[in-house]
Structure formats: structure tokens, C-alpha cells
Write a protein that binds this ligand. Sequence first.
Ligand code: SF4
Length: 221
Amino acid sequence: MPRESTADKIERTQKILSALKRVYPDVHCELNHASPLQLLVATILSAQCTDKRVNLVAAELFKKYRSAKDFAEAPLSDIEAAVKSTGFFRNKAKNIKACCAALVEKFGGEVPRTMDELHALAGVGRKTANVVLGNAFGINVGVVVDTHVTRLSNRLGLAKGTDAVKLEQALMPLVPQKDWALFSHQLIWHGRRRCDARKPDCAHCEIQKLCQQIGVKINRR
Ligand code: SF4
């Protein structure tokens, strides 16, 4: 396959973005939330867990704990029990409590709006910060790279490897900044609905002509 120029790759990415806009016109963050704080907590809980499970757990959790102060003052064992079914619950509970204590102490209980401030909070990596900034505040400072974005950007031939930081750096120049959060959601939705990790449905894929299908075994009949 001839090497694709950067200009051609940007053009192809634009076409993918437009096509996925048509396929998923109502694409959105699938973690239910009614505030930046709820999204922050839900995103911490989502590590190694499905959004569906997080939404179930979070619905009960947010009835009990309504503010950062509520989480900060709650006994750790209570938070652990409430989030147990999301996995890695001890670590997640510890991070939620510490993160919320810092929100109370440094930000008056509010979620800050910069990458540096968010990233400094317990349990908040660049991915979580990107999710919160892009979805709660509409601030695009990066591209969320999760397991779906990693898999799809490799298969599509947009970026290579599994290092989230390197993938994010490779994807950002390909997509207009205003669309960074949108593009992540599009790849996540397409990954969940069409481009499965084990069995990608290439035959029915809406962006098949734009995909290099790297690493995908194609069943030719
Ligand atoms: S063509 Fe196949 S590998 Fe490419 S995005 Fe579609 S389902 Fe995934």
C-alpha cells in the first residue's frame, strides 16, 4: 500500500468524521451525568468497567452523595461498598474521596476547568480530564483515547500503537480542535456498534471505503 501523505490522511479523517456524523447524529457521552462533578466521579468509576454498569452504580451513588463535600466527608468504607461492583473498588473509592476533598479545599467544591488543575487531582489522568473538559464544559484540549479509540485509530490507519499519549498526539492534528470530543465519541460508538474488538462487521461498515483495515482479517467468500 503506498504511503499516505499527511494532507491525504487529514482529508480522509475529515471524510470519516462527516460519515460518522451521518451515522450517529446524536452521538454523546454514554456516562449519565447531571453535573461536572457527576461526570468526574463516573469517569473515575469507568476504568475497566462498562458504562452500563457505571450508570447503574452511579444512579444510586448520586442520590446519596450530592456534592464534593458529601463524598469528602463520607466514610471510605461506605463509598467502597457503593462502588464495589465496578471493580478495583478500593482504589476508586480512595481516589473519589481524595479528589473530592481537594475540590472542597482548593476549588470551593467545584470542578476546575483546566487540564493542569484536573490532572493534579487523585485518580484523574489525562483521559479523565479530557472527558470532563470536553463533555461537561465543551472545552477541547485533547482527544480521549480509550480502548475503542486505540483499536479504531489503528485499524483505520490514522495512528499506530497502544501508547495513549502518542496516539492522542497523532490524532489531534488530523481533526479540527472543535471536533476533538466529538471524534472520540464517534470512534467509541462505532467501536461498540460495528467495529468490535474480535469480530468487526466490515461487510456492513459505513466507513469501510475509508478504512485501511490494518490488522483485520477479512473473510473473503
Ligand atoms: S471497515 Fe472494519 S475495521 Fe474498518 S472501521 Fe469498519 S468495521 Fe472497523
